[in-house]
Structures are given as C-alpha cells and as structure tokens.
Design a protein around this ligand. Structure first.
Ligand code: BES
Ligand code: MN
Ligand code: ZN
Length: 489
C-alpha cells in the first residue's frame, strides 16, 4: 500500500483526481456554515437532516456536482478516538472497495489538532480493509486499492507521525501475511528466509542457527519440542542497530511454533487448523523488524525466534520425560502441549548474553488467556512495574491494548515436580499466570515482560485470519524507548 500526504481543505479535496473520496465528518460544529464547497455543503445538509449521525454512520454519493472523484463516501466520526476512527474507516471501506477503485483520497482536515494521533488508526484501518490473502488462494482478488492520498490540514507537521504510522502498517501487514500462511507454507526454514530477506536491504544482520548449533548451546527444552518433527528447527537472531554498539538493546522474543498439534498430548481435531497461527509471536517480531527498517529509531533491538513444529511421532518427547534447559534447570514435560514455554525458556536464557535494556517475549501461549481476556486485550505479565507501565502505555498510544496480570509467587506452587527442578504445567486454574511463572524462572537479572497474545493474534470464524497484533504495541514501545518517553527508572 502506498500512502502520501497532502495539505488539503475540503474545497481542495473536491478537486483531487482520485477514484474515490472518503470524507471523515466530525460533529456539526466543525463544518463551518460559511463553507460553500460541494463537500461541506452536502455534509452540512446531511448532518442537519440526521442522515449522517451516530445512527447513520456513512452516506455514499455518486458524481456529486463539483467533485472530481466519481465516488464519495462520508463517514461520521463522533469523536477522534482510535476506536471510532477505525470503525468509521472500516464501514466506509465496505462501500468504497469496488472494482476500479485503485486510488483513494481520505479527507481528515476538519478534525483539527488530533489529526496527528488519528493518522495511525486511520492508516491501520485502511491497511486492514484492503489486505487480501492470495498466497495459497489463486481465486482470491489481489489488492486493487493500493494508493491512498491523505488530505491533512497541515501535512508537513504530520510528517514524522505519518512515517512512523506507515512503518507500523507495513509491519502489521508482514506479520499478518506470514501468520496467515499455512504450516506447510510457513515452516521454520521459511521464517528464517523471511528474516534474512528482511535484513538484507535494511542493513541489519540476521543469523540463523540450526539443530547442530542449538544442541551446542544446550537448548535441551527447545530441542525436545522439535524432536518429533521432520522439519528441522531454526533459531533466528535479528539485530537492528540504530544506536552505538555500547547501548543495551531491547530484546524481543517471539514464539515460532509453525504448527502445534499438541504432540503426544495431542489436541482434539476441532479447530486444530488454527494452530498454524501458533507462530503469531514470531510473525509479530518479524513485523516489528519490517517496521524498524522504515521508522529507523535511534536504539538497538535484537529479535530472537525459536521456531519448530510440535508433532506426535515415535521420536517425540513423551509426558514424564525430563529435559535439561540451557539454563541448567531441568524440566519434567508433563504435557507436551505446553510446548511454547519450553522453546521460549531457552530463548530467554540466550537473551542474557545481550545484557538487554529490557526483554519482551510474545507468544500465543495459553488457551487460558483467551478465557481471561478474550480478543480485546493481550495479557501482560511482568515483575517490573516501570516496564509494565511503559508497555501498557505503548498499548494505549498505539490502540493495541494489553492488561497486566498478577505474578505472585504463590502461583508457581503447582509447577513443583518430584523428578525435575520444575514441571512444565500446573493445574487448570490460572493457566496463563502459571505459564508466565514458568517463564519467569529463566529471566533472573533481566528486566522482563511477557505478552500472551493467544486471544489477540488472530480471529476465528468467518473472518478467520491474523490481526498482526501486537506489532503496533511493540513498535510504539521501541519508539518510546528511543525518544526517551518510556522511562525505566
Ligand atoms: N498454542 C497453545 C495455546 C493456544 C490454545 C492458543 C488455543 C490459542 C488457542 C499452547 O501451546 C497450548 O497448547 N497451551 C496449552 C497449555 C496447557 C497444556 C497447560 C493450553 O492452553 O491448553
Ligand atoms: Mn500447545
Ligand atoms: Zn502452542
């Protein structure tokens, strides 16, 4: 998707040569009665008649006199909050997405000052509405609308926000695309190739470790998950250097299970296809690097992606097997379906060598988190108040929400094992928290947070597909760290 900005008022917007115009119309007061241009006149009349209101949110016009664009859709915005803007753009796009509409003009210039903060939600909603998955569906229509001109009241003032928002949109799109691809088209080796391809033009380095190197590092927990699969595991290390080499990097760790059958503790068949999305954490880390390649903030970031399949097999890890993690701690694998924490714990141990500023792992980790928070907010877990606050705020600022969950030590009781330093599961109760407590055992001496995105990374049902979350949150956090907005005491 190609975006550009232009300083435009409504009168100038009427002269824009585009296939369609989307006019965001704020509440009455902001459409001045003096404005005589065709867009203002129609909007004013529609508002007065109640044909554009909280109840009648969009209004379409065709070949409006004095307007160059053949199609015009007005969308009512009761306020300029991200939720309202995204909804307004989404409903308007349902009318706009017609064959032949390749170039869209979006008129925001009556929204006044909040225009800047409104850019990202508008651009994300446009990206969402026009995204089309075609990789394994040749009959699907490819994206036709691929050019958007954003009309702003003062484009130069919005330049930085515009570039950051566009970088986020690109990152979300990359995350979505790879998470959507089925397990046989998005293997661990595929993800490694994506990471390499991302790094090359952007000038950051990508290192890919295979089974031999991972064995040498002693990642016994990660290897145990991979051993039942014919697909070789990959451990992907991405490095973005935007600051002096001496500056401690932020480390992002993404769960990259390209398919989770559950292993020997096999899952029921219903909806098991959705476990192709179990690399949503990895996809979001790749997406963040795509965003960084365009936003180029002044900080260092390391991305770590442990990636493999979780399969049942004659060689697969069995319930009761005890494995030794890279940290030296032993783990009794009581349930092979609790595999995410097994691959993440070794990646967290690996993260220590970077002496990180902070570490955030991102994982479609537990069904329990879906029960707790649904599809609205990701679960946030951290023992560090300042880090938790910085991440929560990044979520609010980017409208990619999360909610902090508790981490009392009492929740770790159930992880005790008679045969190893810990088991990999506790009881059914508080499942997302006990998973986080397990991970926490591998994060000593690091400022660490964990995001459980099991409920937010993809949608089920008719609109089944990846959301690209939490790329907006993570990218925002990194921009906040770079600009000094995120202060960790
Ligand atoms: N990838 C799943 C978590 C998951 C399940 C995400 C359903 C989204 C929807 C994870 O590997 C898993 O299987 N977790 C188990 C843990 C349990 C065995 C302690 C779960 O949540 O059931
Ligand atoms: Mn599992
Ligand atoms: Zn899983």
């Amino acid at each position: 998707m190609n975006f550009q900005t232009k300083t435009l008022d409504w009168a100038q917007a009427a002269n824009l040569s585009v296939d369609a115009l989307l006019v965001l119309v704020p509440e009455k007061a902001r459409v001045p009665s003096s404005a005589k241009d065709p867009l203002s006149q129609m909007a004013r009349q529609a508002l007065a008649a109640g044909d554009l209101s909280a109840a009648a949110k969009t209004l379409s016009a065709y070949r409006l006199a004095g307007v160059k664009a053949p199609r015009v859709v007005f969308a009512f915005v009761s306020d300029v909050s991200a939720a309202v803007l995204r909804q307004a753009v989404a409903s308007a796009m349902a009318a706009i997405k017609q064959p032949g509409v390749k170039h869209l003009g979006v008129v925001t210039s009556l929204m006044g000052k909040p225009e800047l903060a409104a850019l990202q939600p508008i651009m994300l909603a446009l990206g969402d509405a026009t995204y089309s998955y075609t990789e394994t569906k040749p009959s699907a229509k490819a994206r036709e609308l691929n050019k958007v001109t954003l009309g702003l009241s003062h484009a130069p003032a919005a330049q930085l926000a515009f570039e950051q928002a566009w970088a986020t949109v690109r990152g979300v799109e990359l995350a979505k695309e790879w998470a959507n691809r089925p397990g046989n088209h998005a293997t661990p080796s595929c993800l490694a190739e994506v990471a390499k391809a991302l790094g090359r033009p952007a000038g950051f380095s990508t290192e890919v470790l295979g089974p031999k190197e991972v064995a040498k590092l002693g990642m016994g927990a990660f290897m145990a998950v991979a051993q039942g699969s014919a697909e070789p595991l990959r451990f992907i290390v991405l490095r973005y250097n935007g600051a002096a080499r001496t500056q401690a990097p932020v480390v992002l760790v993404g769960k990259g299970i390209t398919f989770d059958t559950g292993g020997i503790s096999i899952k029921p068949a219903g909806e098991m296809d959705e476990m192709k999305f179990d690399m949503g954490g990895a996809a979001s880390v790749l997406g963040v690097f795509e965003a960084l390649a365009h936003s180029r903030p002044k900080l260092n970031v390391v991305g770590l992606i442990p990636s493999c399949e979780n399969m049942p097999d004659g060689l697969a890890v069995k319930p009761g097997d005890v494995v030794t993690s890279m940290s030296g701690q032993t783990i009794e694998v009581l349930n092979t379906d609790a595999e995410g924490r097994l691959i993440l714990c070794d990646a967290l141990s690996y993260a220590k060598r970077f002496k990180p500023h902070s570490v955030i792992d991102v994982a479609t980790l537990t069904g329990a988190c879906v029960i707790a928070l649904g599809a609205v907010r990701s679960g946030l877990f951290s023992g560090d108040d300042a880090l938790a606050q910085a991440i929560s705020q990044a979520g609010e600022r980017s409208h990619d929400l999360c909610w902090r969950m508790p981490l009392d030590d009492a929740y770790a009781e159930g992880l005790k094992s008679n045969f190893a330093d810990m088991g990999n599961i506790a009881g059914r109760a508080a499942g997302s928290i006990t998973a986080a407590k397990f991970l926490q055992k591998f994060t000593a001496d690091m400022r660490w947070a964990h995001l459980d995105i099991a409920g937010t990374a993809w949608r089920s049902g008719a609109a089944k597909g990846s959301t690209g979350r939490p790329v907006p949150l993570l990218h925002q956090y990194l921009l906040d760290v770079a600009s000094g907005q995120a202060k960790l005491a």
